[in-house]
Every structure is written in C-alpha cells, then in structure tokens.
Design a protein. Structure first.
Length: 274
C-alpha cells in the first residue's frame, strides 16, 4: 500500500511546495527511500525509480559487458536514477560523468552523490528543450560536449532520443562517435517504427500513438513534439551510419509497441564506432 501511494505521489508532484515537501519526506521515510531524490524530481513516468535503475545496470552488464574500471558517460542523467546503482559497481580507475538539461536534478546529484563517490561527477547543460528546459540558452544541435575525443568506454542515453527531433539526434550521434574510445560501446533507447510495431498498433496493442509526421520523425503531440518522438527504423539506422556508428548486436525491442517479449519498455540499441 505504501509503495502504491509513493508511486501515485511521484506521478503528481511537479515542484516543491509547503504542502509537497513534508508529504515527500514522510513517504520516503516510511518506505526507506530517504537516500533517493525527492519525488518531485523524479520525472520518470509511471515506473519504479529504484527498480528501473537496477534494471539498467543489469542490462549494461548483460548486453554491453560493462566493467567496473570503465569510464562512463550518461547523457540525460536526470536526478540519478541509474547513477545511484552504478555507485555500487563502478570503481576507480573507472568513473562516471552524468549530464542533464534539468538544473535542479543535476544539483541534487552534485550535493548527494558526488561527495560520497568522488569518481562520480555531474554537469548541467543549459540546452533548450521545449519540455524539460524551455528557457535553455543553447541548441542541442550546436552543443559540443566538453571532452576530448575518444574519452569514454561506454556512453548511454535512456529516454533521451525519445524526446529529441532529428537535427538534434543527428548531432548527438556524431558527438557519441567522437567521444567513444576504439572498442567503446553506446547504449541508446528509442521508439522504433517498423512492420511488427505497425501491425501491433493496428491491433490496438501499442502504448503510444505516434500519429503526426513532423518531418524525419513521428510524434504523439504536434503542439509539444518533444513529449514523445519515434523514428522509422530504417531512418534511424541511416542516421547512425552517417554519424559513423553501427549496431554491435541485434536491436532489443521493447514492450511499448505491444510485444510480449520486450527486453525493457523502450527499444534498446547497442552501437559502436564503424
């Protein structure tokens, strides 16, 4: 019952207020989650914050062969959903850098994770995003990540390209290619449109209706396109190729499309430099 109440509160708290702060503290104390971020920071949809983080750590080990001594970059780290379980896995000389457009989420990680784990650092990117950072000063398609080439063994983006339009995705893919070490890997989640997904959508089994073609991608909401973005699978593969990336293994399709054998919720691609 407490877990259900916590989930309901997480889905409704958008900001700290005189009412939500004590409710948040009480619920996290009762469920033993005071070490986790406030509920109003967890913009992760109807998922279990801690369980999803653990799920991705297991996927990194199983699908990507992540080692404890590797250098890792997370683009779109939020308030540490995946960084937190990684603190128990990555050890020096391994390390982690998390980046996000939501300043208050990054600040929480800097204050609550980095002091205990100095090999974990967090950087705010003041990039425009209609949903997550509408006052951002820079465009994602122009942003150069502040690292030298071939810096990281592993780069991952979960639920990032699902909120980005083609020009921005193309640029991020190029940056991923630049930043990966030889032999490095990247894990990307996406919503991929393909024949199987279309059949499931016609049968009413697909969770999201990407009905609007906005040029190069399909969106759920024409007024707020970055709320949910999908790409036709051949188009997405061509974007990877142009950026100098290739699939390392078969796509692990997700359950969002109605598949009964989904590995996770979104589709997962593991890529490497060509």
């Amino acid at each position: 019952m407490l877990r259900k109440l916590l989930q309901m509160a997480q889905n409704r708290m958008a900001a700290p207020t005189p009412l939500t702060v004590p409710i948040d503290l009480t619920l996290r104390a009762l469920t033993g989650e005071l070490h986790l971020p406030p509920l109003w920071l967890r913009d992760v949809g109807p998922t279990d914050f801690a369980a999803t983080g653990r799920e991705f750590l297991e996927l990194f080990i199983r699908l990507v062969d992540l080692r404890p001594d590797e250098q890792v970059l997370e683009i779109g780290c939020g308030c540490g959903r995946i960084a937190l379980p990684l603190t128990g896995y990555l050890q020096p000389p391994g390390g982690y850098t998390g980046m996000d457009v939501v300043a208050r989420a990054v600040a929480w990680c800097q204050q609550h994770i980095s002091p205990r784990f100095p090999h974990f650092r967090f950087i705010h990117m003041d990039l425009f995003n209609q949903r997550y950072n509408p006052a951002g000063q820079l465009l994602s398609r122009e942003y150069v990540f502040p690292f030298e080439a071939s810096r990281f063994d592993f780069i991952f983006l979960t639920s990032v390209f699902t909120h980005m339009l083609p020009d921005d995705v193309n640029h991020y893919m190029e940056e991923i290619s630049r930043l990966l070490k030889p032999g490095g890997r990247a894990l990307i989640t996406a919503f991929l449109l393909n024949e199987t997904q279309q059949k499931l959508a016609q049968a009413g089994q697909c969770d999201i209706d990407f009905r609007f073609d906005v040029g190069g991608c399909f969106v759920r909401d024409r007024q707020l396109p970055e709320a949910a973005v999908a790409y036709e699978e051949p188009v997405f593969m061509e974007m990877l190729t142009r950026a100098g990336l290739k699939l390392r293994q078969s796509v692990a399709y997700g359950s969002w499309s109605g598949r009964g054998d989904g590995v996770s919720y979104q589709d997962i691609l593991v890529v490497e430099r060509r």
